[in-house]
Write a protein that binds this ligand. Sequence first.
Ligand code: NAD
Length: 287
Amino acid sequence: MSDIKRITVIGAGIMGRGIAHVSALGGFTVTLQDVSKDALENAMGIIAANLQKGFERKKLTMEQKGEALEKLTPTTDLSEAVAEADLVIEAIPEDLALKQETFRRIAQSCPAHTILATNTSSMSVTEIGAVVDNPSRTIGLHFFNPVHIMKLVEIICGLETSPQTLAACETACRKMGKKTVRINEFPGFVTTRINAMIGNEAFTMLQEGIGTPEDIDRALKLGLNHPMGPFEMVDLVGLDTRLKIMEYLHQTLGEKYRPAPLMVKYVKAGRLGRKVGRGVYDYSKKK
Ligand code: NAD
């Protein structure tokens, strides 16, 4: 595969908009696709606001900010979005059937050389990639939230991922200003498996009445030097996304990964985290 110049990001939610942001700043021509017009509008507004903050904090020049915005095109049309892409990064909800169906549809419209990457937090890149004709061009690119701030991309090689696909993605991630680690596929990779377990244990403790969310968060921040507490973290990630991850780990790795019943209850109540204004904490009151 020659150099990656055009990147298409599928899904303009928390992760997709961040991946589009760092791709545009990395000098790539970027198309951001979503089924929802509202999600695209919201994403473009957030990217512009985050680039502006970058300028105010002297991390970017006005010129870099302007150039990045010019490189971004939003669309709801999937076939058009991938027609000239060198790399497609999928960031739609954590649902295996949905990701496979989307990979299938992308492969029908993109060139033969296009690399197909998934930003799945936990699922099998091999299984997602198996639905396309040439799975050597499939890979996992696991970005972290907030994407424009976090330094790492965990690169996940599926069974069929080729060394060329890996090398091209490592170069692209470096251009986005990211460091990378190479991981051989296993459910939850490295970061998600450990982080999801910490978060799940925190919900079990809350359910047992061991402490308030504030005290449990303070304990991990001040006692263990974690930059965020587990409840602050799950509110940022989204409780629905975390629950899907736990369900997948439970199904693939066994009993120790059973989702904490209190987390399931929060999701049923619609307390999905910052994105809806309320998760473990209430953001309509909290600054
Ligand atoms: P999100 O719910 O914020 O956004 C998902 C977006 O996908 C929405 O805008 C939705 O409209 C869009 N969408 C749904 N179906 C679609 C389709 N068929 N085609 C195009 N767009 C579609 O989700 P998110 O938190 O950004 O998570 C996306 C992926 O990234 C998941 O696989 C998740 O596990 C992974 N991830 C999330 C985090 C995190 O902290 N939230 C971190 C790393 C990885």
